[in-house]
Design a binder for this molecule. Structure first.
Ligand code: XBP
Ligand code: MG
Length: 237
């Protein structure tokens, strides 16, 4: 029996990556770096989950000197850039730059009414989740979610399954009683490695990814009902 829905945030609940990209570029300029991530480059860099991991990966790509930098100093610099990036992202969300994807709010509200438990499994930071969901759902947004696992609680980023494994542990449910919702190949891999049946709603940044192993691949959650989810889930049992 289906008991819980577990949602990724970035790209799944909302098309957040335009705002993330702009915030990264602003943070690079602030740090005096001449880096600029355009859309094609950012699309490629999204293969690295996690903002700090993405910055470190790019540093390694464009500069040969990474080995010469003391690991602590590098981590501090990346942290500084990422703090600015987070502040810039929050400001954009505040200013209304990001909305939930079609069908998301309706599905969350009807699943909650229907007694399904809801959880979040994301690689992003808690402040980003709060900014987005407060803006989209109002001040009571957190009452909808029983469990939130994020960058602070699950340091191994997707495709590592840690964030999903910990979400299941905290829900105290087996994966067979849950469905995951993802938008990317890394997210799908993480969920599948935690044995979760997964509904994928790709977005323009992830449309080219390989989604083999997905339970369903849908253009969005618009029109998807709780009854649909229960039916798809029952077919997996
Ligand atoms: C999303 C990410 C995030 C965002 C940036 O992956 O990889 O890193 O792009 O957010 P997923 P932070 O949707 O699979 O969780 O800078 O806060 O990491
Ligand atoms: Mg995602």
């Amino acid at each position: 029996r289906l008991r819980a829905l577990i949602f990724d945030v970035d790209g799944t609940l909302a098309d957040t990556e335009h705002a993330h990209r702009a915030a990264f570029n602003e943070a690079f300029a602030e740090a005096g770096l001449d880096w600029h991530w355009d859309e094609p480059l950012y699309t490629r860099l999204l293969e690295v989950s996690g903002g700090k991991e993405r910055i470190t990966h790019y540093w390694r790509e464009v500069r040969g000197d990474i080995k010469a930098i003391n690991a602590g100093a590098l981590a501090d610099t990346v942290q500084h850039i990422h703090d600015h990036k987070t502040a810039g992202y929050e400001r954009r969300v505040h200013d209304g730059a990001v909305q939930l994807r079609p069908g998301v709010l309706k599905l969350i509200e009807s699943a909650h009414r229907d007694g399904l438990r809801l959880a979040i499994a994301t690689t992003t930071s808690p402040v980003n989740i709060a900014a987005l969901l407060r803006a989209a759902m109002g001040p009571t947004w957190s009452s909808f979610f029983d469990v939130i696992e994020d960058a602070t609680t699950a340091p191994h980023k997707k495709p590592h399954p840690q964030v999903y494994v910990q979400t299941l542990q905290r829900l105290q449910l087996p994966p067979a009683e849950c469905l995951a919702f993802e938008d990317s190949a890394n997210g799908l891999k993480a969920a599948r490695a935690a044995r979760l049946a997964t509904v994928v709603t790709p977005n323009p940044f992830t449309a080219h990814h390989d989604f083999s192993g997905a339970l369903r691949i849908l253009p969005s959650l618009q029109g998807t009902t709780v009854a649909d989810l229960r039916g798809w889930h029952a077919a997996t049992q």
